[in-house]
Write a protein that binds this ligand. Structure first.
Ligand code: URA
Length: 215
């Protein structure tokens, strides 16, 4: 947990493979195919880190050689919630690591007049209150979409949520910390700032456009 001078509460995943792949993703020469593959790989590595404290329980099994006691995941089952559309690129990576997880989707657009996020799509697993949700969105910029998605998930009954992003701006981390202090935030980097168009600086550009090749 990094508690910076301005009291941002955020976990920075500084694994060398994550940082190396992030650098490749930031480079403007990196094309859509590589960008998408790198995002999936990073999401998988980050999910490995954030799931390291999941509780285990003992079970009795038989191997081809002998009966034995072994470990399996216990407690809440996982749910992955990509915020559309860029979150889809990260959800694939998390799902490769936790293939039995349920996947919900939250779609938000920004109202051009109020500039506030508005929900246009929300489909969640039915047992919302019994799952640990990993909300995924590569870019935590102003924090508006993340805060709205977390509001919505809690309204629907979610009790246990973490937010997984790739690159964040201090502004976005601050907004989520303020609105949802109970939700841990995991990122690969906290960049300098937002620019006047709400892009993260230096960031990596528009994540959705780079994932889907809609530049
Ligand atoms: N969304 C992006 O895709 N990139 C940014 O820099 C900010 C928001």
């Amino acid at each position: 947990m990094t508690d910076t001078k301005e009291k941002l509460m955020v976990h920075i995943i500084d694994h060398p493979l994550v940082q190396h792949k992030l650098t490749l993703m930031r480079m403007k020469e990196t094309g859509t195919k590589d960008f998408r593959e790198l995002l999936e790989e990073i999401a998988m590595l980050m999910a490995y880190e954030i799931t390291r404290d999941l509780p285990l329980e003992d079970v009795s099994i038989e191997t081809p050689v002998a009966p034995c006691r072994a470990k399996r995941l216990a407690g809440k089952k996982l749910g992955i919630i990509p915020i559309l559309r860029a979150g889809l690129g990260m959800a694939e990576g998390v799902l490769r690591l936790v293939p039995a997880a349920r996947v919900g989707h939250i779609g938000l657009y920004r109202d051009p007049k109020t500039l506030q996020p508005v929900e246009y799509y929300c489909k969640l697993p039915s047992d919302v209150g019994e799952r640990l949700f990993i909300v995924v969105d590569p870019m935590l910029a102003t924090g508006g979409s993340s805060v709205a998605a977390l509001d919505l998930l809690k309204e629907k009954g979610a009790k246990s949520i973490v937010l997984l992003c790739l690159v964040s701006a201090p502004e976005g981390v601050r907004a989520v910390n303020k609105a949802h202090p109970d939700v841990p935030i995991y990122v690969a980097a906290v960049d300098e700032r937002l620019n006047e168009r709400a892009y993260i600086v230096p960031g990596l550009g528009d994540a959705g456009d780079r994932i889907f090749g809609t530049l």
